[in-house]
Design a protein around this ligand. Structure first.
Ligand code: AMP
Ligand code: MN
Ligand code: MN
Ligand code: MN
Length: 286
């Protein structure tokens, strides 16, 4: 089998990336990507531009989205691939999921003001490309700009994660709803960066069994978020649960992202790539 260079997880300034969809496409092409998906958080606004740019550059393209889900007290990200970008129920579900981000951001700014960091809401807004999609990442960029922290990773550690002053808990979509929206639109659901969640083994097992129970079919094995041990662990998980495997950099920005588009190792040969189940959903150039 030809080992396709697929990158099925990336962000533009339609959510919390810094580049326009066309510029992300160009970086994907430059990284050797042959099959690309833009997976902005809770938002489809960049999909047409991504498709047109991908095809103009000679790449194959899949529609994509990364849905924020609350599960067992943790935020879990579910990537949808190969769905109809005009599906009204998916769009309505995503709109409901994004709603409340502005309120949350105002509360985050209040928390930061209490520790002496003023103007964070207005500051974060200056980094926002899409007013409906203000995220913790935009706050992180503002706190780096103002010299509060040296880099965004430190901002998350000190200010934007549970137990810290800028953290505000939020109720995202239900797992069953997110999967129903993706499946209703003809797509395949993928558990994003499973190694990132702070789950006990029991909670992780519950996520996997619920995901499979609701028709979820794939899991990210090669992601910018996994170290070598996690790549091995989740390759085994894919086999154990009969899941297809996905590969994606989770690119956000040339300086912030450790993993460039198209640069991850290939999926282990024993796994079935998710794109093999998406043949008829892949849009081909020319
Ligand atoms: P939100 O959807 O507003 O909760 O923001 C989540 C986003 O923050 C993720 O999609 C990542 O882009 C980013 N993020 C989460 N944790 C970290 C971290 N430790 N360092 C840098 N960025 C992070
Ligand atoms: Mn993000
Ligand atoms: Mn994510
Ligand atoms: Mn992501």
């Amino acid at each position: 089998m030809h080992l396709l260079n697929a990158d099925l997880h990336s962000h533009s300034n339609v959510s919390d990336g810094t580049l326009a969809p066309e510029a992300v496409a160009e970086r994907a092409r430059a990284g050797g990507v042959e099959l690309w998906a833009l997976t902005d958080h809770d938002e489809l606004g960049g999909q047409r531009r991504a498709r047109d740019a991908a095809l103009a550059l000679g790449m194959h393209w899949l529609s994509g989205v990364e849905i924020s889900v609350s599960f067992a007290g943790e935020t879990v990200h579910i990537v949808g691939l190969g769905f109809d970008i005009d599906d009204p129920a998916l769009e309505a579900g995503l709109a409901a999921t994004r709603g409340g981000r502005r309120e949350r951001a105002l509360q985050m700014a209040e928390g930061l003001a209490q520790v002496g960091i003023r103007g964070a809401f207005e500051g974060a807004l200056r980094y926002v490309g899409n007013p409906e999609l203000i995220s913790r990442t935009h706050f992180a960029r503002f706190l780096v700009e103002t010299g509060v922290c040296p880099d965004t990773h430190t901002v998350f550690k000190r200010y934007l994660t549970p137990g810290n002053p800028g953290y505000v808990p939020h109720r995202w979509a239900r797992l069953s709803d997110a999967l129903a929206w993706i499946h209703g639109a003809g797509g395949v659901a993928v558990i994003a960066h499973p190694g990132r969640y702070r789950f006990t083994p029991t909670e992780e097992y519950a996520l996997l069994t619920d995901f499979v129970g609701h028709g979820g079919r794939a899991i990210e094995v090669m992601t910018g978020s996994h170290n070598d041990a996690e790549r091995i662990k989740y390759a085994d998980t894919a086999l154990e649960f009969g899941l297809l495997a996905s590969r994606g950099s989770d690119f956000h920005d040339p300086d912030e992202s450790r993993t460039g588009l198209g640069t991850l190792p290939d999926l282990p040969g024993k796994l079935q790539p998710v794109w093999e189940a998406l043949g008829d959903r892949i849009v081909r150039p020319g």
